[in-house]
Ligand binder design. Structure first.
Ligand SMILES: [Zn+2]
Length: 450
């Protein structure tokens, strides 16, 4: 992939001395800021009132943060081209915040393309899981994989996400299901996150499934008494980094009680709570999320009315995953009801071997077509609200002064083309900007490629 895209903008100290600013993106048809008053999230009707600047420009400093955003004429007076190391003329294009993918499982070996044909033939996910497929299949391959192999796969996937516009990505563990492999996954994420492109939020998901030979009660005890304390000790020693703890709360996997036990233990150890719930059966996961003060709960295809009310009251973010519902032919979550009643709604790709999608623009398209989002709601859910789900909306999710210089440049005079076009994102996203550094599509035409 390195022959398609090239990271530029890592200039020498000499360039930094000669130019006070790292990057100027100027004269865009629209700079879609999403927020302009430091909002941490948007809900209800506010999701359709996103902040935009017509004919605008953005300046990113050498610290990788946004120095200024405003009308092109104002910015031109304050920041002449010669004062910026790199200038992108965005005439005829739109500038958006980098997208945030707040739910992914990107560390694994053992794809499940063979199971996709079984699912197309009508076999359901829990039947595949019980027959030793699903997570167990991927777990065997992940346990057998060397760290270098896991790292190569993870980096390749993160780069694909970045190309499709994601500049902040949540990464879960969960295909080890034993402490050693889960820690190896954490170390792999740590090695992939050092350069911060994309930025990575780490979630410990040792409770992704119950390993063979264990009762759920035994494995729950092991997570609480062994996994979580070890992970936190390694964090304090600076060996790994973890932000959140996750559990796959589902009938036949971790029930409500086991989920409560694990999440309470994680909270006690200082981790944020962000878990899977109400996906295949209504289990009361949304109510539990509110009870425990969870930051986010994902899926919610089967959320109850009481669960929706609990999410509104608690401010817990509902992370919806339209690709999973689409690919597994599940019932879609009641997204319209959630948005209209004021739940803070975010979107994630749920990238995993069971639902192979790395591109947030596809997720946003499906959210509009199948979950009845407006395009503005989909953008909010994939930027500021997704960043809020990860506790990062003070740094990510909008184009505002002081936030990370993460931008997406769309080659169209209306930003909605990002959602309107299904697939082929390299064509419509000529530049992805990460901390002011530019990922550039180097083959703008057929003639240039050959
Ligand atoms: Zn998931």
């Amino acid at each position: 992939m390195s022959n398609v895209l090239q990271l530029t903008g890592q200039h020498s100290d000499c360039a930094a001395m000669n130019t006070p600013h790292k990057l100027l993106v100027k004269c865009a048809e629209n700079v879609v800021c999403v927020c302009s008053r430091g909002e941490k999230w948007l809900s209800g009707p506010a999701m359709n009132k996103i902040s935009m600047i017509e004919r605008g420009s953005v300046v990113v400093g050498w610290d990788g943060n946004i120095e200024a955003v405003g009308p092109a004429d104002d910015i031109a007076q304050r920041f002449p081209d010669a004062s910026c190391a790199r200038v992108i003329d965005a005439t005829g294009m739109c500038v958006l915040p980098g997208l945030v993918d707040c739910h992914t499982h990107p560390v694994w070996e053992g794809d499940r393309v063979h199971e996709f044909s079984m699912k197309l033939a009508g076999v359901n996910y829990l039947d595949i899981h019980r027959a030793g497929g699903g997570i167990h299949y991927t777990m065997q391959h992940t346990r057998a994989a060397k760290q270098e192999q896991l790292l190569h796969s993870l980096r390749t996937r993160l780069f694909a996400m970045l190309r499709a516009g994601s500049t902040l990505v949540e990464c879960k563990t969960g295909y080890g299901l034993d402490l050693d492999t889960e820690i190896r996954m954490l170390r792999t994420i740590d090695r992939a996150r050092w350069d911060d492109r994309p930025a990575v939020h780490v979630t410990y998901c040792g409770a992704h499934a119950v390993p063979r030979g264990y009762l759920v009660s035994e494995y729950t005890r092991e997570i609480v008494e062994k996994h979580l304390p070890t992970v936190v000790r390694l964090m304090h020693q600076g060996e790994v980094h973890v932000d959140s703890v996750d559990v796959f709360c589902e009938q036949g996997v971790f029930g409500l009680e086991e989920t409560r036990t694990i999440l309470r233990a994680g909270k006690h150890l200082g981790l944020r709570l962000n878990f899977h719930g109400d996906e295949l059966h209504p289990t009361g996961a949304a109510e539990l999320a509110a009870e425990l003060g969870a930051h986010a709960v994902s899926h919610l295809e089967e959320v109850s009315k009481d669960g929706i009310s609990a999410l509104v009251t608690s401010g817990c973010v509902a992370i919806l995953l339209p690709t999973t519902a689409f690919m597994l032919r599940l019932k879609q979550p009641p997204a319209r009801t959630m948005i209209d009643t004021g739940v803070i709604v975010a979107l994630g790709s749920d990238f995993n071997p069971n639902a192979y999608c790395l591109a947030m623009p596809v997720v946003m398209h499906l959210a509009c077509v199948n979950l009845h989002f407006t395009m503005a709601e989909a953008l909010v859910a994939a930027t500021i609200n997704a960043a809020h789900a990860l506790g990062c909306s003070h740094r990510h999710g909008s184009i505002e002064q002081g936030k990370r210089g993460d931008l997406l440049i769309v080659k169209a005079s209306r930003w909605e083309h990002l959602i309107y076009q299904l697939g082929c994102h390299a064509d419509i996203i000529p530049y992805v900007v990460c901390k002011g550094d530019v990922l550039e599509n180097r083959c703008p035409s057929y003639n240039a490629a050959f």
